[in-house]
Design a protein around this ligand. Structure first.
Ligand code: HEM
Length: 209
């Protein structure tokens, strides 16, 4: 179902159609973005550069929570100073990430490393909510402590590990090492490669060369 919708985005949305109603290959908006000389690179460059702002600000908050850096500065001061940069970075990463995804939606959706990136992303978001609503609830009691309590340090360690996971998976998603063209067994099942084959076969009959 989702696969069919993503195939529509990838092959048909914005495409030109021939006289018999077949979408002409490589004319969809998605294909044009993928084949663009500069736009895709500009988007990816922005995605990666914003990573510095996003991951850099998270790194310093997590190191403070772990009791490694800025030990004499209240935790609230470190977070209040850096969170606007994290939020700004996240918004740009989300927008540029969505645009990059749009350039090749069916392939990213069936890419096992890209799926891993999303699992890390969701886990990191859940960790933020857990920190915000549970751990931080009694922050006033440990705001000035050089070494915050174990629950805060644990959330910071999870945060670091999960964001590193997102970044590493993001980097490796670019390679086709585990692509559905060669994947077998567990990897093929995790990426739902058989669903991709069915979707592609259906698309092929609707495309003009
Ligand atoms: C804030 C969290 C995110 C982080 C830390 C992150 C990190 C990365 C990294 C490190 C890369 C590799 C860039 C390179 O080639 O060197 C990347 C690429 C990419 N990201 Fe993200 N990303 C994030 C969010 C997203 C979101 C929300 C989406 C989609 C909705 C997304 C979609 C993509 C795509 C499609 C690529 C291109 C992969 C390729 O080269 O083919 N990212 N990201």
């Amino acid at each position: 179902m989702l696969s069919t919708f993503l195939a529509y985005l990838q092959f048909k949305l914005g495409a030109q159609f021939d006289n018999s109603g077949h979408a002409i290959s490589d004319t969809s908006w998605s294909a044009q973005l993928q084949g663009s000389e500069r736009l895709w690179m500009l988007l990816e460059g922005t995605h990666v550069l914003t990573l510095m702002l996003f991951a850099g600000s998270i790194l310093f908050v997590d190191l403070r929570l772990l009791g490694v850096t800025f030990k004499n500065t209240p935790v609230s001061k470190v977070t209040d100073t850096l969170i606007p940069y994290t939020v700004a970075g996240f918004i740009v990463m989300l927008l540029t990430g969505a645009a990059l995804f749009f350039a090749n939606p069916l392939e990213y959706y069936h890419n096992v490393i890209f799926r891993l990136k999303f699992i890390f992303l969701i886990a990191a978001a859940a960790n933020i909510f857990y920190f915000h609503y549970r751990v931080q609830a009694n922050r006033a009691a440990w705001d000035n402590q050089a070494k915050p309590p174990a629950s805060a340090r644990r959330a910071a360690a999870f945060s670091l590990a999960l964001w590193i996971g997102v970044i590493v998976a993001g980097r490796f998603a670019a390679y086709d090492w585990f692509s559905c063209d060669t994947a077998q067994g567990f990897v093929a099942a995790a990426a739902q490669c058989s669903e991709r084959s069915v979707t592609l076969a259906a698309v092929e009959t609707e495309l003009a060369p």
